[in-house]
Write a protein that binds this ligand. Structure first.
Ligand SMILES: Nc1ncnc2c1ncn2[C@@H]1O[C@H](COP(=O)(O)OP(=O)(O)O)[C@@H](O)[C@H]1O
Ligand SMILES: O=P(O)(O)OC[C@H](O)CO
Length: 509
């Protein structure tokens, strides 16, 4: 057991990288944060520069130490945990430490042709029994195939054993532990479960899927649990000698930080997208309703806990779109003020299928639609339809979860930037017919990773400490009558049907 009780979490997210130091009570001591560039080389392509990410992580760690009171250094940390945007693929040369291409981000749709070819006559669910996921552009494996097929010389180097691949947890860990100079190449079970390459039962890479995707096994990291000492920070770094002892994909980390430890407990994180995860215990529940089966967490040698997941690609990013592309609002918060200027949605429904629809539809041929328009409709109604879209999409995946698990949700724990929107939170409770509950510490993603690391080194004794530290901040009770919410939801479902089948040979993107 470490004498220190401070734990740092590094949260390598889609828009920024952060470092947060937590104390023993799970309270934030200090934070460092840097955004990185979103690179859009073509319609549908989204990339990040892995070197920028690594620079930003180091800078964020320095900022967190500099901002801490008392003045903390690596000597005061018991452990570091890593949490990360999931699925995003990095391929790098282990001899030089240089990425061979930019990171291909989870939202990127360039692998559609690879995915279609893999699906062939067997269909998109070809690997679902093994890895829990349908073939879709969202996941890591085909992104690596694309890099090996399209970057000159990459396949030869990979076959020679010079290239490594990983999600951003592995990229950050490898660099934190020395890079070309002895870097440790590891990922955890939750991140591995998003690649399409891992067998959910054995928690090992599946050789035949790797062969189908033409990914040499020598590129893959070792799969470890979510909470154990993987390595120590490299000698010359700011975290020299500190045990790196927790890794969880960001949505799983939020589930852990929200103390969803019992079967049937669920959380929804409202950020760029929305991700609902329901703990299904040690059972692997196969979805019949368009959800993903994924690893929720594995603490050391304890049994693996699984989850059902409903991934929604566009939520807060629709608010950003109103701000940046339409100029309807100046800040994300303004969407609420605008929406509160009208009584209801005026009959409009906005289905933000900007990159197709993720769960529970998995329709890459869908595109966005704003339906029900009349001359009565004004900006307020569009703002309202924007906010409501997130609540309806969440209801769709929660309905699917109830059907798959047989568990009726009794409340939904929430976190993420969009939970600042009171109108959305109230409307969500109304639509679900159950209370929506936000914790006092909204940084549940980073907190979950800190807990995983701290548990491995004995700062916290286990799940009970996480439960004890969790405190309710705000609760929204469902108010609306059943008839109204059902009528709205029926209209939403009708609106969804209008977006399907849009992309065909005539409409290319
Ligand atoms: N008051 C608000 N109302 C609606 N959306 C909001 C509000 N505040 C932030 N957002 C949205 O939340 C997202 C940011 O949340 P965050 O949890 O930081 O996301 P991520 O971790 O995905 O980067 C942005 O897409 C933003 O548009
Ligand atoms: O980095 P975030 O918070 O946008 O989360 C991204 C998810 O992990 C994608 O699956």
């Amino acid at each position: 057991m470490s004498e220190n009780t401070y734990v740092m979490a590094i949260d390598q997210g889609t828009t920024s990288s952060r470092a947060i130091i937590f104390d023993h009570a799970g309270q934030i001591v200090s934070t460092g944060q840097l955004e990185h560039e979103q690179i859009f080389p073509r319609a549908g392509w989204v990339e990040h520069d892995p070197m920028e990410i690594w620079r930003n992580v180091r800078q964020a760690v320095a900022q967190a130490f500099a901002a801490s009171t008392p003045d903390l250094t690596s000597k005061d940390l018991a452990a570091v945990g890593i949490t990360n945007q999931r699925e995003t693929a990095v391929v790098w040369d282990k001899t030089t430490g240089e990425p061979v291409y930019n990171a291909i981000v989870w939202q990127d749709t360039r692998t559609q042709a690879i995915v279609d070819e893999l699906a062939g006559d067997e269909g998109a669910d070809r690997y679902k029994d093994v890895c829990g996921l349908p073939l879709a552009t969202y996941f890591t494996g085909p992104k690596v195939t694309w890099i090996l097929d399209n970057v000159e010389g990459a396949r030869e180097k990979a076959e020679k054993g010079d290239l490594l691949m990983g999600t951003t947890d592995s990229w950050v860990l490898w660099n934190m532990t020395g890079g070309p100079d002895g870097g440790v190449h590891v990922t955890d079970v939750t991140n591995a479960s998003r690649t399409m390459l891992m067998d959910l039962r054995t928690l090992e890479w599946d050789e035949s899927i790797c062969a189908d995707m033409r990914i040499p096994m020598s590129m893959l990291p070792r799969i470890a649990s979510s909470s154990e000492e993987y390595a120590e920070g490299r000698e010359q770094g700011l975290l020299a000698g500190v045990p790196i002892a927790g890794i969880l994909g960001d949505q799983q980390a939020a589930t852990f930080g929200q103390a969803c430890f019992e079967k049937g407990m669920a959380k929804n994180t409202y950020g760029t997208g929305c991700f609902v995860l329901m703990n299904t215990g040690t059972e692997i529940v196969k979805s019949e309703n368009g959800l993903l089966t994924t690893v929720c967490y594995k603490i050391g040698d304890a049994d693996t806990v699984y989850a059902l997941e409903g991934s929604i690609a566009v939520a807060g990013s629709l608010v950003q779109w109103l701000r940046d592309n339409l100029g309807l609002i100046k800040s994300a918060e303004e969407v609420e003020t605008l929406a509160k200027g009208v009584d209801d949605n005026g009959g409009t429904y906005f289905v933000p299928a900007f990159s197709g629809l993720f769960a529970p539809h998995w329709r890459s041929d869908a595109r966005g639609a704003l339906v029900g328009m009349t001359r009565f409709v004004n900006k307020g109604h569009i703002a309202r339809a924007t906010i409501e879209a997130t609540a309806y999409q969440t209801r769709e995946v929660i309905d699917a979860m109830n059907a798959d698990s047989g568990v009726d949700l009794t409340e939904l724990k929430v976190d993420g930037g969009m939970t600042a929107n009171e109108l959305l939170m109230q409307f969500q409770a109304d639509q679900l017919g159950v209370p929506v509950v936000r914790p006092q510490i909204a940084e549940t993603t980073a907190l979950g990773a800190a807990y995983a690391a701290g548990i491995a080194v004995g700062v916290w004794s286990g799940e009970q400490d996480v439960i004890d530290n969790w405190a309710e901040g705000r609760r929204w009770e469902p108010a609306e009558g059943d008839d109204e919410r059902e009528r709205q939801y029926r209209n939403w479902k009708k609106a969804v049907t209008k977006t399907l089948d849009w992309v065909d040979d005539d409409v290319l993107v």
